[in-house]
Design a protein around this ligand. Structure first.
Ligand SMILES: Nc1ncnc2c1ncn2[C@@H]1O[C@H](COP(=O)(O)OP(=O)(O)OP(=O)(O)O)[C@@H](O)[C@H]1O
Ligand SMILES: [Mg+2]
Length: 362
């Protein structure tokens, strides 16, 4: 068969996006087909630069053209990405932000802030525009974790409104109430005051264009969570737990909260943190200090996928204390775990967005 844009498109319409369960042409993922003799190039626009299926899709495109058009064609798919959004009307709050992902837990101290920070940096390393909002207004941890303690964000006056500019570090934009008020003041806020402060914080920060805004929530299931989901079009939530039964019991409540009628936020997945510890001087040993299988158990009973398991490592603990995300330490065993997690999260976001847009079309 001769190589034409039509035969190439027909062949690529036989390649399915494994997560979205539709072919690449229907999904509008093929652009800019160029043909010169036996040479065929085209762009494949993936739903995220962190797509774990990139190589698989690329190979499937080459195979389809060899089988269905010309077995001697020199096929050169150019893999690019445009992060999708479930938001049809972005004229509302934070118009430039495509996806808002809340990180929650139920139980305190399981590693939400550490996971939020390292996940945000991993998504940025993969090529996305990322912001991290510390919504824990009772105990903000981002200033310390980012090494930006004492920094003050700039403000920009626009008409009658004052916009707060996020700080930038490790390739991501960062904002915390801890950059705006002394930590002693934030700690004494009570319910309505805290919600009001968070509400203002949400509407006054100028995030600009972002593929993903990661929001680090305080522990528990309270007013802050409700305020956040009512005021922000949250794409989905991630639930962090340790393998320990007591953490899983609280994570279960956190998960139920997002699925409750007054929230209606899809839960994208579960993240098990502190899953095991492998001492660097004795790598044959693997200690499961907080027990085993908690994340998997919660995943099975809720039907929500377990997106990653993060080992307990010194680099994550030290990184949090000195303001250097452990994911940037190539020698840390947590680094590959966070890169894998970033791919899995991006994949779930793409699935939720695809389902939301097909629900609107149908
Ligand atoms: N995978 C890990 N390996 C080593 N230390 C970790 C890991 N995850 C978190 N920590 C450490 O555990 C402590 C609690 O983590 P973190 O502050 O991220 O939890 P949190 O769930 O956000 O807590 P809170 O509920 O108070 O907001 C911190 O000292 C952090 O450095
Ligand atoms: Mg925290």
């Amino acid at each position: 068969m001769s190589i034409t844009p039509e035969t190439v498109l027909a062949a690529l319409s036989q390649v399915e996006e494994p997560d979205l369960k539709k072919d690449l042409v229907t999904l509008n993922m093929i652009r800019n087909i160029q043909i010169s003799g036996k040479r065929v190039s085209f762009e494949v626009v993936l739903t995220t630069p962190a797509c774990p299926l990139k190589e698989m899709i690329k190979n499937a495109c080459i195979t389809a053209i060899h089988h269905l058009v010309d077995k001697e064609a020199e096929v050169e798919p150019i893999m690019t990405a445009e992060v999708t959004s479930h938001r049809q009307n972005r004229s509302e709050v934070l118009p430039g932000v495509k996806n808002i992902i809340a990180v929650a837990s139920g139980k305190g101290g399981v590693g939400k802030s550490s996971v939020a920070m390292n996940l945000a940096v991993a998504l940025s390393v993969a090529g996305s525009k990322v912001g991290l909002m510390d919504a824990d207004i009772y105990g903000p941890s981002l200033p310390l974790m980012s090494g930006l303690e004492g920094s003050t964000p700039l403000a920009r006056q626009d008409g009658g409104k004052q916009w707060i500019q996020p700080l930038e570090r490790f390739g991501i934009k960062l904002m915390s109430i801890g950059f705006l008020v002394p930590s002693t003041q934030a700690l004494v806020w009570r319910g309505p005051m805290a919600s009001k402060a968070l509400g203002q914080f949400i509407t006054d920060v100028e995030w600009g264009e972002l593929d993903y805004l990661i929001v680090d929530l305080p522990p528990g299931t309270g007013d802050i969570h409700l305020t956040l989901t009512q005021q922000l079009p949250v794409t989905g939530a991630l639930i962090v737990t340790t393998p320990q039964p007591v953490a899983v019991a609280d994570a279960r409540k956190g998960l139920a909260m997002f699925q409750h009628a007054s929230f209606q936020v899809p839960v994208l997945g579960i993240i098990e943190n502190m899953s095991w510890f492998i001492p660097s001087d004795n790598p044959e040993k693997k200690y499961t200090l907080f027990g085993e299988g908690g994340g998997l158990l919660l995943s099975i009973e809720s039907g929500v996928p377990l997106l990653g398991q993060i080992p307990l490592t010194e680099s994550i603990r030290v990184g949090g204390d000195i303001g250097m995300p452990g994911v940037l330490d190539a020698d840390s065993p947590a680094a590959p775990a966070f890169h894998k997690l970033a791919s899995a999260v991006a994949q779930q976001v793409a699935i939720v967005n695809a389902n939301a847009s097909s629900a609107k079309v149908n």
